[in-house]
Design a protein around this ligand. Structure first.
Ligand code: TXA
Ligand code: MG
Length: 327
């Protein structure tokens, strides 16, 4: 990871936040578009810049697990356990909102999503700023999340007051969101912390949403979508499907399964997928952007087995392939 943000960049970014501005910040998952969580006007600007409906709640990023109590009404034992175990890290906990959190940040909900990001630049910013930073992924609503500072600049440009560069995000898919407001913890969005990891710590099974269901407010099937149409087929059909679409006159990009043993694929652009899920997750959004940039109008891919990080990767691919324009 090439961390290029300097101490003076961090100080400047903290000043921008204090002045009610927007700062793009690196996290271990994806880049976020941050504002002072306690400034409703700054929070409103996030929605404006993203083109995101104001009813879609944001995540409050904090600098350390012990600060959680400052932001929520109460911390149930399960939440404490998960926070102690996985923070800093790609886990977001949904809890009852404390009075410090403005309703603008929660989309009017009485719950709030909180996490401690595991990235030196994000943690330095949170420490210099002192407060909480609300940050959705730093992309326009519905499009692919950014995993480099270059992605943020290309997509949001001058709409952001300051971009902190922290290199390429190591995890590459967003945090796992777990509802711990009551009853058994449930995964609202699969992400960087796996279901298996959660279950190992909790000692009990953790529910996951139906793959195509819309459970989390603000999560719609058309999220994470590139411009190209994403077509999902069985792994052994990927090459044939890609070649067929190419013959039909499409400009085809293909996510080539690591298991592919042939030599050549007749497609416009080929992404040879890494065998390890960590590397696949880390590269996923960059691959989608790359194929868009190469002018592909169709991307052919298959779903990985939904175990470990495969659950989050499959979730994002399904959403990338989902119907467009769903409200
Ligand atoms: O890894 C991540 O989580 C990244 C980085 C920047 O931290 N952030 C991120 O934010 O993915 P965003 O806004 O793109 O996605 C936040 C998700 C949305 O699906 C939203 O609906 C959900 O969190 N969320 C936020 N508050 C919630 C709440 N109170 N109850 C249920 N879901 C909530
Ligand atoms: Mg997002």
């Amino acid at each position: 990871m090439s961390v290029t943000a300097t101490n003076s960049d961090i100080e400047r970014a903290a000043d921008v936040l204090r002045a009610g501005g927007l700062v793009a910040l690196p996290t271990e998952t994806v880049y976020g578009l941050g504002a002072d969580a306690e400034d409703p006007t700054a929070v409103a600007r996030i929605f404006q810049v993203k083109g995101r409906p104001p009813s879609h709640p944001l995540i409050v990023h904090i600098g350390a697990a012990h600060q959680l109590d400052d932001w929520v009404e109460e911390v149930p034992a399960t939440a404490r356990l998960l926070a102690e175990h996985f923070w800093p890290g790609p886990l977001t906990l949904v809890l009852r909102r404390g009075p410090r959190v403005p309703l603008e940040a929660t989309g009017g909900l009485e719950t709030v999503a909180v996490r401690v990001p595991d990235h030196p630049v994000a943690l330095a910013l949170l420490s210099a700023f002192g407060g909480g930073v609300t940050a959705p992924s730093a992309n326009r609503f519905g499009s692919v999340s950014p995993t480099t500072a270059g992605h943020v600049r290309a997509e949001l440009g001058d709409a952001v007051d300051f971009v902190l560069d922290g290199g390429s995000c190591q995890v590459g898919v967003e945090s796992t969101i777990v509802d711990v407001t009551g009853g058994a913890p449930a995964i609202l969005r699969p992400g960087g912390v796996t279901r298996e990891d959660l279950e190992a710590v909790l000692g009990s099974p953790v529910g996951v949403p139906a793959s195509s269901g819309v459970r989390v407010p603000g999560q719609h099937p058309s999220h994470y979508a590139p411009h190209a149409r994403v077509v999902l087929v069985e792994p052994e059909r990927v090459v044939a499907e890609a070649e067929l679409a190419q013959e039909q006159g499409h400009r085809v990009g293909v996510f080539l399964p690591a298991s592919f043993s042939g030599t050549e694929v007749k497609a416009h652009a080929v992404v040879p997928l890494p065998g390890a899920l960590e590397a696949y997750a880390q590269g996923l959004y960059g691959y989608l952007r790359e194929l868009d940039q190469q002018g592909c109008d169709v991307i052919v891919a298959s779903l990985p087995a939904e175990e470990g990080l495969g659950l989050a990767i499959a979730n994002r691919l399904r959403r990338a392939a989902g119907p467009r324009g769903v409200a």
